[in-house]
Write a protein that binds this ligand. Structure first.
Ligand code: NAD
Length: 318
């Protein structure tokens, strides 16, 4: 099997280490690099993952490297095709994602600047929260073309919506299609008109109040996990989403995924990073894919754009 490319995951916490493991187990990359500022953690995790290769049957090598906040050790990421940025603090119970803004901006800005220096041709996938703002900040700090910086949120929110529908109707997740757009937060926009079960509209299968309850649970999906874990936030479903995005880049697959992408005129919205469907390939976002929305869904998306626009404008000062 032909393996290709190098993918780096910055931040070897719960999200980053699980992402690195998934990327390695795909067995499609030459190298997966995992970095963190905690001395020895990325090296230890990489060794541990490499030792799982004979059992899981993959050849991709995982390289761990401790870096410093001012960039020592970053030579290891040179030549990366994709860089997934997970460095930053997760939420604790009672916190909103926006409570992380200043602390995580102080991490994401220098990380992004260093990534730009050592991996100038990479596609960057941001996952650090608050997601929409950190994606905008990463683009500013890297100065990469906007198509080469995107954020992960929509795939996760959509997966949570799908899971919730499947649980409610006791059907396999594979029979359910859902979609969420908008921001990764209060203005997440579930798109009921694109929700089906075995091809049948969700609205034919569940009364409106039940659909609303599923939408609310989806919107609070991250907080539900945080409330149970108490010490951090979700990482299994989030890492699955980020790893799929990185894989779509390296495969140049053209897969259409819900991601946080730069919107420039689509849906009548311009100049903002927002959760939309986009075709993903080697250059990151090939194009934003505009699909029909109901009037309510479209106004929800426009509201979400306005809500994140001001906050994204503020990140330039962070
Ligand atoms: N976008 C999403 O859908 C989504 C979902 C879940 C979590 N998240 C976010 O992902 C981030 C990571 O979550 P986690 O659960 O892995 O947290 P974690 O605390 O387990 O890991 C974060 C890691 O980042 C490292 N780090 C800090 N500064 C660094 C730097 N300058 N360079 C390299 N590494 C650095 C820390 O040492 C730590 O190991 C959080 O901001 C969380 O809110 C996003």
């Amino acid at each position: 099997m032909a393996r290709q490319g190098k993918v780096t995951v910055v931040g070897a916490g719960f999200y980053g280490s699980t992402t690195a493991q998934r990327l390695a187990e795909y067995d499609v990359f030459d190298t997966v690099v995992l970095t963190d500022i905690i001395e020895g953690r990325p090296e230890g995790l990489a060794l541990d993952m490499n030792q799982s290769r004979p059992i899981e049957g993959f050849e991709t090598r995982v390289v761990g490297r401790t870096t410093t906040p001012d960039g020592d050790g970053y030579e290891v990421i040179e030549g990366s095709d994709v860089v997934v940025v997970t460095a930053g603090f997760p939420r604790k119970p009672g916190m909103s994602r926006m409570d992380l803004l200043e602390k995580n901006a102080g991490i994401v800005r220098p990380v992004s600047e260093t990534v730009a220096k050592f991996a100038p041709n990479a596609v960057v996938v941001v996952v650090t929260n608050p997601l929409d703002e950190m994606t905008a900040l990463a683009q500013l700090a890297t100065q990469f073309p906007r198509n080469r910086v995107m954020g992960q949120a929509g795939m996760l929110d959509t997966a949570r919506f799908t899971h919730n529908v499947a649980e409610e109707l006791a059907v396999p997740v594979s029979t359910v299609r859902t979609l969420t757009l908008g921001s990764h937060g209060d203005t997440m926009v579930p798109v009921p008109s694109r929700c089906t079960v075995n091809g049948r509209p969700l609205a034919d299968l569940l009364p409106a109040d039940k659909v609303d309850a599923l939408v609310t649970r989806t919107r609070n999906g991250g907080a539900e996990v945080v409330g149970l874990l108490k010490t951090g936030s979700a990482f299994y479903a989030p890492s699955a989403a980020a790893a799929r995005m990185a894989r779509s880049v390296i495969d140049d697959s053209g897969t259409v995924l819900p991601v946080c992408a730069w919107v420039d005129g689509e849906y009548g919205i311009s100049g903002v990073y927002l959760g939309v469907e986009a075709e993903i390939g080697r250059q990151g976002v090939r194009r934003v894919v505009e699909n029909p929305l109901t009037d309510t869904e479209l106004s929800g998306l426009k509201e979400a754009a306005e809500a994140v626009r001001t906050k994204q404008a503020d990140v330039s000062s962070l």
